[in-house]
Design a protein around this ligand. Structure first.
Ligand code: SAH
Ligand code: SF4
Ligand code: F3S
Length: 444
């Protein structure tokens, strides 16, 4: 069949999309670049908040109209929503032909064969433990995603992920290293190790290295830049910080979700650490890793969050001075403990708090970015804009960096002198290029 995959959600889903695509190609199918050219459309869905679910419903509504108008199209729902009753109800309503859970993606080829034979309403929702597919790197990719573990053993009361992705399963170290080596040999410049809680890699299995040991092994494969996400504060141990400090190619960027600055809220969220423990980790990171950039995830307006609780989140931001933060409004997910047991708070309170936090965060982001002015960053240029004036890339500290495209003649790693900073972006010139009287970013 001619298949097209639309991906929502996080990097886990992107990795799964890549796996599905390679499996389909090995199975004799074709991947098409445009959804209009497909006779099988796969939606790789996300269910972490209400919004990504609404998006999928909108797309399914449009596809239903196209099918009613006579388009011969099979529709598959994969990803996290497919695993939930909520998603299965939606799938029934829109007559989705195939439901493929995140634990069953390697069933894609037999499922498509069944579709070709006219079967519909196919469901493959079991969690397979042998999901250890070795996938070839995407052609010409600068960045390679590499899943080191699946699932989540935590039970944060707001979160749907443990239901959608099942229990934690760590991948064998040999296949992780083999995949990393294949990426290196294919010219990948940056590798991203993926898991819901990378720090608990190997904890349940005898014979597997710890995450710190694994990170060092992957660093030594020799890819110029190694990143990882997501870290959970609970198992973020000193030996991980030491590897980041010691291995030059492990990137100086740490995403450490805190969710709330209030111990009372953390407790109700069932996060297993408290504010002071989290701050200890941050202090150790800042002391050991030079130039480090730290980002976080925050949920604003968790049920029962008082003004006082929220102020604890604000003061936490003053203490940590995050360079970057992903800030979300609490979204009640059907079936989660917090949705069952606590009442949601008024939307207006939530949006006001979010706005106040965003304002505060912006100040710290700008201060941090300004400290880079005049300094040299190593930037992986990913894109040279065809319409705009810039080439775009990311620094070793994960800043978004723009460079006048007239100076850049190839993608890949470049040394860049930072000339100008905004809260979300650094602007610079290639090292060795004479400064212009007025840098492009300031001329406009
Ligand atoms: N495993 C990661 C997070 C995965 S989900 C971790 O524990 O850090 C990504 C982020 O979505 C979470 O960190 C959280 O901030 C947010 N999130 C999860 N469930 C949510 C909900 N019900 N409402 C709002 N945000 C949510
Ligand atoms: Fe969700 Fe918590 Fe697991 Fe992260 S650690 S995926 S927030 S349950
Ligand atoms: Fe969404 Fe599933 Fe990722 S719910 S955020 S796609 S793990």
């Amino acid at each position: 069949m001619r298949a097209h995959v639309i991906t929502y959600g996080c990097q886990m889903n992107e990795y799964d999309t890549h796996t599905i695509q390679s499996e389909l190609v090995s199975g004799g199918h074709q991947i098409v670049d445009h959804p209009d050219d497909a006779d099988l459309l796969l939606l790789n869905t996300c269910a972490v908040r209400g919004k990504p679910v609404e998006k999928v419903v909108t797309v399914l509504g449009e596809l239903r109209k196209e099918r009613q108008a006579g388009r011969d199209l099979k529709i598959g729902m994969m990803g996290c929503l497919a695993q939930l009753e909520e998603g299965q109800d939606i799938a029934r309503k829109f007559e989705v032909d195939l439901l493929l859970g995140p634990g069953a993606i390697t069933d894609i080829v037999p499922s498509v064969e069944a579709l070709e034979q006219g079967e519909t309403g196919i469901e493959r929702l079991e969690f397979r433990e042998d999901l250890d597919t070795l996938i070839p790197p995407a052609p010409n990719a600068l960045t390679g995603f590499l899943t080191i573990m699946r699932g989540c053993d935590h039970n944060c009361t707001y979160c749907i992920v443990p239901t959608t992705r099942g229990p934690e399963v760590s991948r064998p170290v040999e296949s992780i290293l083999a995949e990393a080596e294949a990426m290196r040999d294919a010219g990948v410049q940056e590798i991203m190790l993926l898991g819901q809680n990378v720090n608990s890699y190997g904890l349940k299995d005898d014979g597997l290295p710890s995450f710190a040991e694994l990170l060092r092994l992957v660093a030594q494969v020799g890819i110029p830049r190694v990143k990882f996400t997501t870290s959970h504060p609970m198992n973020f141990t000193s030996d991980v910080i030491d590897v980041i400090a010691e291995e030059p190619n492990v990137c100086d960027y740490i995403h450490l979700p805190v969710q709330s600055g209030s111990d009372r809220v953390l407790k109700r969220m069932a996060r297993e650490y408290r504010r002071e423990r989290y701050l200890d980790i941050i202090r150790e990171i800042r002391a050991k890793v030079e130039n480090v950039v730290i980002s976080t995830d925050i949920i604003v307006g968790f049920p029962g969050e008082t003004e006082e609780d929220f102020e604890q989140t604000l003061t936490l931001f003053d203490e940590v001075q995050y360079e970057h933060a992903y800030m979300f409004i609490y979204s009640a997910r059907p079936g989660t403990p917090s949705a069952k047991h606590f009442e949601d708070m008024p939307r207006k309170v939530k949006t006001d708090r979010l706005q106040r936090l965003i304002e505060k965060q912006k100040g710290y982001a700008l201060d941090a970015n300004r400290r880079w002015m005049g300094r040299t960053a190593r930037v992986l240029v990913r894109e040279i804009q065809s319409e705009g004036d810039y080439a775009m890339g990311h620094s070793d500290q994960n800043h978004t960096v723009l460079i006048p495209k007239s100076q850049v003649n190839r993608l890949g790693l470049h040394e860049v002198v930072v000339e100008h900073a905004t809260p979300h972006t650094l602007y610079g010139r290639l090292a060795g290029v004479e400064p212009q009287a007025v840098p492009l970013a300031m001329a406009r």
